[in-house]
Design a binder for this molecule. Structure first.
Ligand code: CTP
Ligand code: CA
Length: 227
C-alpha cells in the first residue's frame, strides 16, 4: 500500500519560536519568574516542524521535553532570549509565545544577599528588551511573518489590536485570561487571532490544537498571503 503523502507545506521555511518564562536573577540563588508553562509555545514549535519548517525554539526554563524536530536553545533571561533570537535570524516566521519578564533587577548582586540586620533589601527594577518589538522592527532582517501573543482581560480584541499596532507585528494571538478556562499552566486556550483585516474568534481548544491550527494558518498565509 502507498504511504499517505506527508503534508509539509512549510518545507524550505525557517521558523523561530519563543516559549516559556524568563528567569531574572536577583543574586546567585534567587530570581524573579512567572507562571508560564511553555505549553503553548512548545506546541506551536512542534506543529510548525510537523508541517516541514526548520524550527529554532528559544525557551526559558520549563518542565517540558524538547519538541520533536526542533533545534532547542535554552536560555534564562530576557536578554539571553533576545541574543538567541538574533542569532537564529534570518527566518521567515517568528512566533513570540514566551512570557518575557517585563523587568529585571538593576544591579544584581554577585554575592548572596544576607540578613545583615539592616532590614529587607529593596530591589530596583529596569525594563527588559522587547523581543517581539525588536523582531517586528528589524528592518531588512525582519521575518516575513511576525506573530505575537497577548494575555488580556476585558475588551480582549481592543487591547490586542492596540498591542499589535504598538509592537509592529503582523498577527496577535490574544488569550482571554478572564475566562474560567485557565491559560497559565492549563491544557486549553481560548484565543482571538488579530490581523490587519480584523479579529477571528477561535473556539476553546487544547493548546496542541491551537498550535496545529496556527501552523496551518501560517502555511496558508505563505500559499496566499493574507493581510
Ligand atoms: N514580549 C517580548 N518581550 C518582552 C515583553 C513581551 O517579546 N520584553 C512579547 C510576548 O512574547 C508576547 C507579546 O510581546 O508575544 C505581548 O506580551 P505582553 O506581556 O502581553 O505585552 P507587553 O508589551 O509586555 O504589555 P503588558 O504591559 O500588557 O505586559
Ligand atoms: Ca508583559
Amino acid at each position: 500500500a502507498d504511504k499517505p503523502q506527508a503534508h509539509t507545506p512549510l518545507s524550505g521555511k525557517r521558523a523561530l519560536v519563543t516559549s516559556g518564562p524568563t528567569h531574572e536573577p536577583i543574586d546567585p540563588v534567587r530570581y524573579i519568574a512567572n507562571r508560564s508553562s511553555g505549553k503553548q509555545g512548545h506546541a506551536i514549535a512542534e506543529a510548525l516542524a510537523r508541517l516541514g519548517a526548520a524550527v529554532t525554539l528559544v525557551s526559558g526554563p520549563t518542565r517540558l521535553p524538547d519538541p520533536p524536530g526542533c533545534a532547542v536553545v535554552a536560555i534564562e533571561t530576557a536578554r539571553e532570549m533576545l541574543a538567541a533570537c538574533e542569532a537564529a535570524l534570518p527566518v521567515d516566521i517568528a512566533v513570540c509565545a514566551a512570557a518575557v519578564a517585563d523587568w529585571r533587577v538593576a544591579g544584581t548582586s554577585d554575592r548572596k544577599l544576607k540578613k545583615d540586620g539592616g532590614g529587607p533589601p529593596s530591589l530596583s527594577l529596569t525594563e527588559n528588551p522587547d523581543i517581539l518589538a525588536t523582531l517586528s522592527q528589524a528592518g531588512p532582517r525582519r521575518p516575513a511573518l511576525v506573530i505575537g501573543f497577548a494575555a488580556e482581560t476585558g475588551d480582549v480584541v481592543a487591547y490586542a489590536t492596540a498591542k499589535r499596532a504598538r509592537k509592529g507585528c503582523d498577527w496577535i494571538v490574544a488569550n482571554d485570561v478572564s475566562l474560567g478556562t485557565t491559560t497559565f499552566g492549563g491544557a486549553d486556550n481560548t484565543v482571538h487571532v488579530i490581523r490587519a483585516d480584523g479579529a477571528e474568534a477561535w473556539p476553546t481548544m487544547g493548546k496542541d490544537a491551537v498550535g496545529a491550527r496556527l501552523a496551518e494558518a501560517i502555511a496558508a498565509h505563505f500559499q496566499t498571503p493574507t493581510p
